[in-house]
Ligand binder design. Sequence first.
Ligand code: AMP
Length: 394
Amino acid sequence: MKVLVINCGSSSLKYQLIDMDGEKVLCKGLCERIGMESSMITHEANGHKATTPAIFPTHTEAFAEVVKKMTTGEGKCINDVSEIDAIGHRVVHGGEKFKESCLITDEVIETIRELSPLAPLHNPAGILGIEAARKVFGNIPMVAVFDTAFHSTMPPKAYMYAIPYEYYEKYGVRRYGFHGTSHRYVSGRMAELLGEMPHRLITCHLGNGSSLAAIKDGKVVDTSMGFTPLDGIIMGTRCGSIDPSIVSYIANLENLHERGMNRLLNNESGLLGVSGVSSDFRDVLEEAENGNERAQLAADMLEYQLVKLIGSYAAALGGVDAILFTGGIGENAMGLREQVMHDLAYLGVTADLAANNSRGEEVRISGADSKVEVWVVPTNEEIMIARDTAELIK
Ligand code: AMP
């Protein structure tokens, strides 16, 4: 069975075609600047990777070009679209309606649309992708996989905010959590690597966006992203948790309204805002090495907040048996991992520094005498989406 995995942004379309027999990636790529000038597609298959200019007024033309790349030329990996058995779409917000992945019907699309106020940037883009795929791929069955779904096991005491209850009832204001597909994949992988699901597990997805999840017996009991992906730990350009009063304080002083404040907190804060250098952790580390104090401060804040959050999740779980790192930063930033393990010595964590000296590999980085297993597990959201899709259409 061949499954096409789709992740649509408002102006982008990421895709991967996976042969479920052996879970082999047949091709992958990215369409960028959809609806703008200078659109382009990067397609990778058969050891060839090429970026070519294209004209993408909408996602429909982008999908048509993806089909062309998959069926012709050097990047050809199928003869015809009829070889694709199903399409799996990443959808950011499933609200309280979608607690697991589901087959896409007209009704499902309507419900995703109704949830758009909760994810105004993301859900409309997901719908654009679903509708364009329907136009290009006709009747191929499609599945929606939600970023929020894995966190739906959180108890109310973890997901409620202490604001008047009516705002939960009227507007759905609560913690939902995101990156669920990644936390689900890596926690499942952890269970495979350890031979059983750890009783108390903390997963740290650290990338441009970052979130932690506290997982008890395979079920999420708390997570750091909240009503939106802005909450939690310091990220590339997102502020993470701040005192909510800061919003009205700065808004008044700077005469900023909703849009301006959203931009400040989502796009101008985090590692970028503190360091003044970059949202990219590699750049921040390099500048810190060169003696830039604000870059060092941003890196220190990430490490400190990580240790603090892991500590609070250890408390929530009543202890911790395993901790894992994933995402671009989690999989690659050896120095950060070493420092975090050092600071978690009070939990009985010891480090295997030789093992920690690795990037992007599945590896145990805690010492043989560590009371807590600490691992690096590279994430693979696409395979999770493909597996759900294959399972649902069977
Ligand atoms: P992601 O969003 O998961 O792709 O992660 C992107 C983040 O990973 C960026 O902040 C990168 O700087 C960071 N990253 C990638 N490679 C490294 C590395 N070798 N050391 C530190 N950070 C890295």
